[in-house]
Design a protein around this ligand. Structure first.
Ligand code: MTE
Ligand code: MO
Length: 173
């Protein structure tokens, strides 16, 4: 089962309490192959959004919250670097955990947008608490989209998406 090692399919995942590194910088990769390094300070210098009443629903460990997370919307960050159409964002941590989001859900006009959080309850988020942490308010079941310690945000358009797809197994002998 190769899926066990695919960070984008972290099924039956035991939440990891330990950051993969101390450094909270992450990479933003764009469909044209260019890569930006984004630091927490860079995010804190951008317009901030606060989402109240966020919950982390931990499989087998109950629910924590409510939290008020503050950060930059993923839509704003991507929009500052990539003006053309795109299809998907892969948000991946170096501990092998991640999720895939469609451009439609990232760009949806909503009072509860998807956030890259750098603060909670008005205080800087600690590295142990997930800095920089993805908050997907629409997900309220098992926290599989609430990616802690973002290491890379990979933006795919129709062309790069096709290139990223695994080669389908060839038919028959
Ligand atoms: N990078 C990373 N993010 C992650 C996880 C993980 O193991 N690694 N576990 C997820 C799961 S299954 C849960 S329940 C929550 C737990 O968040 P908490 O440690 O802040 O309670 O983080 C989510 N985000
Ligand atoms: Mo979980």
């Amino acid at each position: 089962m190769t899926q066990l090692h695919d960070p984008l399919h972290p099924h039956s995942h035991d939440p990891n309490p330990a950051p993969p590194s101390e450094n909270a910088d992450f990479l933003l990769s764009l469909p044209d192959g260019t890569v930006q390094t984004i630091t927490p300070d860079n995010l804190r210098g951008r317009p901030q959004t606060t989402l109240r009443d966020c919950f982390i629903v931990s499989t087998g460990h109950g629910t924590s919250g409510p939290f008020a997370f503050t950060g930059v919307t993923l839509a704003d960050l991507v929009g500052d670097y990539w003006a053309a159409a795109w299809e998907e964002a892969e948000v991946i941590s170096a501990d092998g955990f991640g999720t895939r989001l469609s451009a439609a859900e990232v760009d949806a006009v909503t009072s509860r947008p998807i956030l890259l959080a750098c603060a909670v309850a008005g205080q800087p988020l600690s590295r142990a608490a997930g800095l920089v942490r993805l908050i997907v308010p629409s997900e309220t079941d098992d926290a599989l989209k609430q990616v802690k310690w973002i290491g890379e945000v990979r933006i795919l358009n129709a062309e790069t998406q096709r290139l990223a797809e695994p080669t389908p197994p060839s038919a028959g002998p």
